[in-house]
Design a protein around this ligand. Structure first.
Ligand SMILES: [Zn+2]
Ligand SMILES: [Zn+2]
Length: 125
């Protein structure tokens, strides 16, 4: 009996802390989206595709200070700094690699300055 209690306690513990980390992540995304979490660029609302993005590209630097899995609780603790937003992995990757997301073209946003360095690449595939 004692052995079984010990076993179930060990098994339950990580599940519990994992769940609460997920809840915090969801809460943080809800906050930045003013409701149901979605990508602010393309509107993707599948939660599993969403990620927290640092709007001025300081994400990499910041990640050295705050580990990715700690970011949601860090944001919550620090009163939701405004320089973060929710993006899907596609938009996040494109923005990280090229400095803009191809969706901005679809929306008619002028990205000519941002696109210049990549124009050749885009044309040549
Ligand atoms: Zn997106
Ligand atoms: Zn996008």
């Amino acid at each position: 009996m004692k052995e079984r209690d010990e076993k179930s306690r060990k098994e339950n513990k990580p599940t519990y802390s994992q769940k609460s980390a997920r809840q915090i992540r969801y809460e943080v995304m809800e906050h930045y989206c003013n409701g149901i979490p979605h990508c602010v660029c393309c509107g993707e609302s599948n939660y599993m595709f969403l990620t927290i993005d640092h709007t001025n590209g300081g994400g990499r630097k910041h990640r050295q200070i705050v580990k990715a899995d700690r970011l949601p609780s860090w944001l919550k603790k620090n009163g939701y700094p405004p320089e973060y937003r929710i993006l899907c992995y596609n938009c996040n990757n494109a923005t990280g690699l090229y400095g803009f997301c191809p969706h901005e073209l679809d929306k008619g946003i002028d990205v000519s300055e941002k696109i210049k360095p990549y124009f050749r690449y885009l044309l040549e595939g």
